[in-house]
Design a protein around this ligand. Structure first.
Ligand code: ZN
Length: 382
């Protein structure tokens, strides 16, 4: 409704009073939204739709930004455990952002005191209060677009001859200072920390800043890899070392690459065969007989490739889930009910949420509720 005319006709005092009434209404609506989000999660409705998480649901179905979705999910889960939060939000003594910052730190003993202390405080003040009793959280894993900045090798003074000081916090002059963690999303964890769905990724020539925290063992292995790669990359920048490491990893775990390798081996074998020099051991690599519920490696990879490395769940509106995380191979007819493990037609890729949903459909609602409760407990304790 366009109420511009109404606003313009109000006196100053009426305008302020009307605005305050709207804000109070907004707070009540926020509480209603949090309660409904909790119920949607309890009923697992996001996975009935095409979404693999509440986070994806809030963005795709409700149109929230990533930050807005994360704040509401964290606040809703916290308020479910500590209903006092609903009253404080409704009364305006604490904001949604504040609750999402506090959420990971609240427990039965401290929640009332912390909510009292943080009443009316800014995000930065709340950050300071939280740092008193818990170590500063490690930075979230993140990928930030930098535009078409030059790569470190193009920056004067960072040429290949100069060994990089490893004790520094970054591997190049490109790394920018971290934004204040009081931006309202510091409490993000689990699903909210992944790259935004639908992010097109960097364009050709564009640089990104990748931030994550690691333990000493990771640092030791990174340093060891840098030492071993000095001949290949004298500067041994993190990007070069990790790019090589990722190539080696993907060669091992990526079904598409494994299948390409098998195809090339198979071609080689058939060429040798036509020469009359086939190696029987090599030919055996490409065959795989199923035994029981074990899915032959080659069939497993074929299912990955057919389903394009994406969850194959289609909701009742005909929309396919877009999740590429936590994918598992699912038996359409379960092995326990006589379903085949060596027929691609009985196999498909499903994300964890939809795998669980299918299991619940087949094995019963009780199973689904128990699994959902378990998952919620893990999220809270995790
Ligand atoms: Zn899915």
């Amino acid at each position: 409704m366009d109420d511009d005319f109404d606003c313009a006709s109000l006196s100053d005092a009426q305008l302020i009073a009307s605005l305050k009434a709207c804000v109070e209404d907004e707070r009540r609506q926020t509480v209603k939204i949090l309660k409904r989000l909790n119920e949607v999660e309890r009923r697992d409705l996001f996975s009935k739709k095409r979404y693999s998480s509440m986070f994806a649901f809030c963005i795709g179905e409700l149109g929230y930004s990533e930050g807005a979705a994360a704040r509401r999910i964290h606040a809703a889960r916290a308020a479910k455990n500590f209903p006092l939060i609903y009253r404080r939000l409704s009364g305006g003594s604490i904001s949604l952002t504040a609750v999402s910052l506090l959420a990971p730190h609240l427990d039965d003993e401290n929640h009332r005191g912390l909510l009292d202390r943080c009443a009316g405080k800014s995000s930065r003040e709340i950050d300071r209060i939280l740092s008193e009793f818990s170590p500063r959280p490690a930075p979230r894993d993140s990928i930030r677009h930098l535009g078409t900045a030059p790569s470190p090798s193009e920056i004067p003074g960072d040429d290949a001859s100069g060994a990089l000081p490893f004790s520094g916090v970054s591997d190049s002059a490109l790394t920018e200072p971290q934004p204040m963690s009081s931006g309202g999303e510091a409490g993000q964890k689990d699903d909210a920390s992944s790259a935004p769905p639908g992010d097109p990724g960097p364009k050709e020539g564009e640089r990104v800043s990748v931030t994550f925290s690691a333990d000493q063992r990771f640092v030791d292995r990174l340093e060891r890899a840098r030492q071993l790669l000095r001949h290949k990359y004298p500067a041994a920048r993190f990007e070069q070392v990790l790019a090589d490491a990722l190539e080696a990893l993907l060669d091992r775990v990526d079904p598409f690459r494994r299948e390409a390798r098998r195809a090339s081996k198979s071609r080689l074998a058939s060429e040798q065969s036509s020469d009359g020099s086939q190696n029987p051991a090599r030919a055996g690599v490409v065959s795989g007989e199923s035994s029981g519920r074990t899915i032959p490696a080659r069939l497993r990879d074929a299912v990955w490739i057919r389903d394009e490395g994406c969850c194959a769940y289609i909701d009742d509106e005909g929309r396919r889930c877009e999740s590429r995380d936590f994918l598992e191979i699912d038996h359409v007819v379960p092995h326990a009910l006589g379903g085949s493990s060596d027929d691609a037609g009985n196999l498909r890729l499903l994300c964890r949420a939809h795998n669980r949903r299918e299991a619940a459909r087949i094995f019963g609602e009780e199973f689904m509720r128990a699994a959902s409760d378990r998952a919620a407990r893990n999220r809270i304790s995790g």
